[in-house]
Design a protein around this ligand. Structure first.
Ligand code: HEC
Length: 129
């Protein structure tokens, strides 16, 4: 009896999810589902390579314990980048490539990442949430 009840609930929940997926065209968007066009695993390697960790505490990156810039803990939940612009994928890529063009005088240097490298790094940062 309760088993039938449980499977009815499961069916109802699944049905709801399928309907939700259909409504959003297969993409369930939330503030935490963020498309950067990058690859997070490659981003983690690049964060090592470019030594972002010399200045930032970055969860999941070996030896990334710098205290020059803000810790990037929960970066995917951050509303603003550098307190300047909304935390969108394009703004983040722009920030990573050229922080000075968003915030003149910031202590964060442009490190010479390509657009694709910045997208990969951004993809990793958005996993921090
Ligand atoms: C020489 C030190 C330095 C290096 C290296 C550096 N940053 Fe930064 N970063 C900073 C500083 C300082 C800030 C704060 C900028 C501000 O708000 O003026 C910052 C800010 C940021 C922010 C915005 C944080 C927030 O809370 O809004 C992100 C994201 C970021 N850096 C990512 C990176 C990435 C990715 C790399 C490597 C590609 C990197 N940084 C390398 C110093 C550095």
């Amino acid at each position: 009896m309760s088993r039938i009840f449980a499977s009815a609930i499961t069916a109802a929940v699944l049905g709801g999810l399928i309907a939700l997926t259909a409504c959003t065209g297969g993409k369930i968007t939330s503030p935490y589902t963020i498309e950067t066009g990058g690859n997070a695993a490659r981003g983690a390697q690049l964060i090592n390579q470019f030594r972002c960790g010399a200045c930032h505490l970055i969860p999941g990156i070996h030896d990334a314990r710098g205290m020059v810039g803000p810790p990037l803990i929960y970066f995917g939940r951050r509303t603003f980048i550098g307190g300047e612009v909304p935390n969108t994928p394009d703004n983040l890529v722009h920030w990573i490539r050229s922080p000075q063009s968003i915030e003149p005088g910031t202590a964060m240097p442009a490190l010479g990442l390509t657009d694709q490298q910045a997208r990969d790094v951004a993809a990793y940062l958005y996993t921090l949430r």
